[in-house]
Design a protein around this ligand. Structure first.
Ligand SMILES: [Zn+2]
Length: 399
């Protein structure tokens, strides 16, 4: 028999506190009156919650501001001196790390190339060194770490805290959460890289107020993070969004997952390299760090063949997006990931491919854009840690 759950006053105060913290995350600095107005809460409720948040050091008062009634009020913001968060992205050819304070100002970031085909133990040991350095950079600022989040391509079981299967890496059952929590003594989270990208775009991207968005992450792998009505769809294990392995083309090309004709075999980084090779442009396939730059350099030099290849890939991205748009009815689609920088050159082709396939009524208000930021995934990792920290704010039952 299911136990009946009841919300009490303390639960409601916690939910309101989470809303206050989220408003400050989105908008930076706000007065108590502005928060009360935006959340539809009484000024007394907000003042009481803010008092607890200030006592717990999560929030601090800053400068005075003129209120609408002419009465000066103190502005509030997330306290950057309260602690730090660490985001890590493990890609096929590099590890990237970012450290930010609670106010989400980046304190330190670093990137290290890794050998393609590296064993998980060696890769994780390199990542650990970067995390250690990040923790030490935080300590230099007097900041303890709230948590670490690692973004990975593949089937990431966020509940078990492991990379269950990485078709791009060929790794299986890499338990990161338990290992790193013992090693670093802070909470550790794992995210699929597309989910992390979606979190980054949702919280930090040019999508303010967007509740329905699809973030398509394209690199050597291809996956999607989907927000529906403000909720990231993760699925029972956290595997949702593996759209790159949907059957797409009758090309007999064997994908990393073992099947043939997956969408990623036509639009992922290896597909771009293959299509360039087909027209005689052989770029070194084992030097992935430079691939995006090498292709971008060719584009900048005015090589029309490269542009044509990217346009052809872009059109197939657009075609593959259409069923997703029809399934989820988003207001925004953002295409990011490692190839984002290159796909900027193919935006019209992406739009064309998608317009050819999608029901026209569903495209009228849809915005589609390419993100060339290299930080979507890392910022999403920070948002994951932030959400975990804020899930249970230290709020009393008073008020
Ligand atoms: Zn596949």
């Amino acid at each position: 028999m299911v136990k009946k759950e009841r919300f009490d006053r303390s639960d409601i105060r916690k939910l309101n506190a989470i809303s206050v913290l989220n408003q400050l995350r989105r908008q930076g600095e706000l007065s108590r009156a502005q928060i009360a107005n935006q959340l539809g809460l009484t000024r007394a409720t907000v003042s009481s919650i803010v008092s607890d948040l200030i006592d717990s050091s999560l929030v601090k008062e800053t400068a005075f501001t003129e209120g609408v009634t002419g009465r000066p009020g103190l502005l509030l913001k997330l306290n950057p001196d309260c602690g730090c968060m660490i985001g890590v992205e493990i890609d096929l050819d590099r590890i990237s790390v970012i450290v930010a304070d609670l106010g989400q100002e980046v304190i330190w970031e670093a990137e290290e190339g890794i050998e393609v085909g590296i064993r998980p133990e060696k890769c994780l040991s390199m990542a650990e060194e970067l995390v250690k350095e990040g923790l030490s950079r935080g300590k230099d600022r007097g900041l303890d770490c709230f948590g670490i989040c690692v973004a990975w391509a593949g089937l990431v079981n966020r509940y078990a805290g492991e990379l269950s299967y990485g078709p791009t890496f060929g790794w299986e059952h890499v338990p990161l959460k338990s290992t790193w929590e013992k090693r670093f003594n802070v909470p550790v989270f794992v995210e699929n890289e597309a989910h992390a990208g979606a979190m980054g775009a949702f919280h930090f991207g040019p999508t303010e107020g967007t509740l329905n968005l699809i973030y398509l992450s394209i690199g050597y792998g291809l996956a999607a993070g989907v927000f529906t009505d403000g909720v990231l769809l993760r699925g029972q294990n956290g595997y949702a969004g593996q759209v790159g392995h949907s059957s797409f083309a009758d090309n007999q090309i064997v994908c990393g997952c073992g099947k043939t004709g997956c969408w990623v075999t036509e639009v992922g980084a290896r597909a771009v390299l293959r299509k360039l090779a087909d027209i005689g442009l052989n770029l070194p396939s084992n030097d992935a760090v430079d691939i995006v730059k090498s292709i971008d350099d060719l584009l900048q030099s005015g090589d029309a063949r490269v542009k044509r290849v990217l346009e052809s890939v872009g059109r197939q991205i657009g075609r593959g997006l259409a069923p997703m748009v029809q399934t989820f009815d988003p207001s925004q689609v953002i295409i990011g990931g490692r190839l984002g920088r290159l796909l900027k050159h193919a935006e019209p082709a992406i739009r064309k491919g998608w317009e050819e396939e999608v029901l026209p009524q569903m495209s009228e208000t849809l915005q589609i854009s390419v993100s060339d930021s290299h930080q979507d995934h890392l910022m999403g990792c920070l948002a994951t840690v932030f959400d975990a920290v804020m899930k249970n704010p230290p709020i009393g039952a008073k008020g």
